[in-house]
Write a protein that binds this ligand. Structure first.
Ligand SMILES: NC(=O)c1ccc[n+]([C@@H]2O[C@H](COP(=O)([O-])OP(=O)(O)OC[C@H]3O[C@@H](n4cnc5c(N)ncnc54)[C@H](OP(=O)(O)O)[C@@H]3O)[C@@H](O)[C@H]2O)c1
Length: 214
């Protein structure tokens, strides 16, 4: 078992932290708001810890659980403190109106985030297409991963397996854009506007599942 650091203390950090703690890892919560980090750590059953935002995380694996729009700033805040770390990028770089992705053509959120990291850090795209409330249910879900560094990918695969999930390697970091598109579709599927559009086609969405109207 190891220490896994999470930057962020929002919904996804909460869901991931609960599952990681349940698997027996030590979770370190890092938030720009120390009170929020402490509150989340206190909610976890196993001995979770908090760290100081923008200083070196304890874990070798660091989950970046902040909005994509804040990721570059957060990575800049940490700078060399992320030297040698495996960064799991869970962000979905989607436009607020879910009209598409906000990343430059031919790139991905993960590749853009990697540009701001120290050269010794390695980005692995994972968990972006899994909803927090689904992750929290402890089912054996498929977890797609994309990364260029073989060792970082292997470490994240082992970590994902330790959570009771099935890691599915989809290729190099260039495949992150495909996973991010999947995240967009997942977000769209949960949105009210999508339900409205489906209603016009004779289908209705119920509990997140598309069913044909009888
Ligand atoms: N929620 C899901 O089901 C889900 C599923 C898959 C992927 N994701 C991805 O996971 C990431 C987090 O989503 P979420 O739902 O957990 O969001 P959230 O509940 O809004 O939490 C975001 C966290 O990021 C922190 N943050 C925001 N801007 C920051 C900044 N400039 N510097 C430092 N910290 C900052 C927030 O801190 P404060 O509380 O101090 O504002 C908060 O702790 C997103 O990229 C999202 O696309 C989410």
């Amino acid at each position: 078992m190891s220490t896994i650091s999470i930057i962020g203390a929002g919904d996804m950090a909460t869901a991931a932290a609960a599952r990681i703690a349940k698997a027996g890892h030590t979770v370190e919560i890092l938030s720009r708001d120390p009170a929020k980090a402490r509150a989340l750590a206190d909610k976890l059953s196993a001995g979770a810890i908090t760290g100081t935002y923008a200083t070196a995380p304890t874990g070798d694996i660091v989950i970046l659980a902040v909005p994509y729009g804040s990721a570059a700033a957060v990575v800049a805040d940490y700078g060399d403190a992320l030297d040698g770390k495996v960064i799991i990028d869970i962000t979905n770089p989607v436009a607020p109106d879910l009209s598409g992705l906000v990343t430059p053509h031919g790139s991905s959120g993960a590749q853009e985030i990697a540009k701001g990291l120290p050269a010794t850090a390695h980005v692995v795209k994972a968990f972006n297409a899994v909803f927090g409330h689904v992750l929290a249910k402890n089912g054996r879900l498929d977890a797609f991963i994309a990364a260029d560094d073989a060792e970082a990918k292997a470490r994240v695969s082992t970590f994902i397996e330790s959570l009771g999930l099935r890691p599915l390697d989809v290729g190099g970091l260039h495949m992150a854009s495909t996973l991010e598109a999947l995240g967009l579709i997942a977000d769209l599927r949960m949105s009210d506007s999508f339900a409205g559009r489906l209603a016009g086609t004779g289908r209705v969405r119920k509990c997140g599942v598309v069913r044909r109207r009888s």
